[in-house]
Design a protein around this ligand. Structure first.
Ligand SMILES: [Zn+2]
Length: 177
């Protein structure tokens, strides 16, 4: 089985059948949905997307430029992108194009960094932190399943967590399985 850069198995696009698989996650408070890995990792990314929509930028204004699962190599490289395992998402891609730095204000950047590295305990990494080629639209899972399950379970009954579970029937069962 091939894995993406962060060690999660690449998925074939299925949203039914045995785990691991994808889920089409609705993002509460927005008209958007994203195909991401079912269970804790997808839940954490959706939790971040909700926060981002409220605190940083509207994600559902303008064209649909939010992306989750895609089976593809990292652009310009051979390794499989974390999008191939459904553990990465792009938000407001048209405003934050690949390779461009400082597409967020310094205040927004500080907010994003403290959120991913502090609140999510490093379970999520921001592409704006890549050395070399920044990817500021991009957020990805950066820790193993054990750490992500602990963090996701701790957030299940948070206000955002409850909204995510209400909008995505069956998700709680996968996270708790
Ligand atoms: Zn991406």
């Amino acid at each position: 089985m091939s894995t993406s850069q962060n060690g999660y198995p690449a998925l074939d696009g299925r949203v039914t059948g045995p785990l691991p698989r994808l889920r089409v996650w609705r993002i509460p408070g927005t008209g958007r949905h994203l195909a991401l890995r079912d269970g804790s990792t997808g839940f954490l990314l959706v939790h971040l997307a909700m926060w981002f929509d409220r605190k940083v930028e509207d994600i559902d204004a303008g064209v649909w430029d939010e992306w989750g699962y895609a089976f593809r190599p990292v652009r310009g490289y051979v390794a499989l992108s974390n999008h191939a395992s459904g553990t990465a998402m792009d938000l407001n891609a048209t405003q934050h194009p690949l390779g461009r730095a400082d597409t967020f204000s310094p205040a927004e950047e500080k907010l994003i960094l403290s959120r991913v590295n502090g609140f999510y305990a490093g379970c999520i990494r921001w592409g704006g932190e890549y050395r070399g080629r920044p990817d500021e639209m991009h957020f990805e899972i950066d820790r193993g399943i054990g750490a992500c399950e602990r963090k996701a379970r701790a957030l299940l009954d948070s206000p955002r967590g409850r909204k995510i579970l209400a909008a995505n029937p069956g998700a709680r069962k996968v996270i708790e399985s």
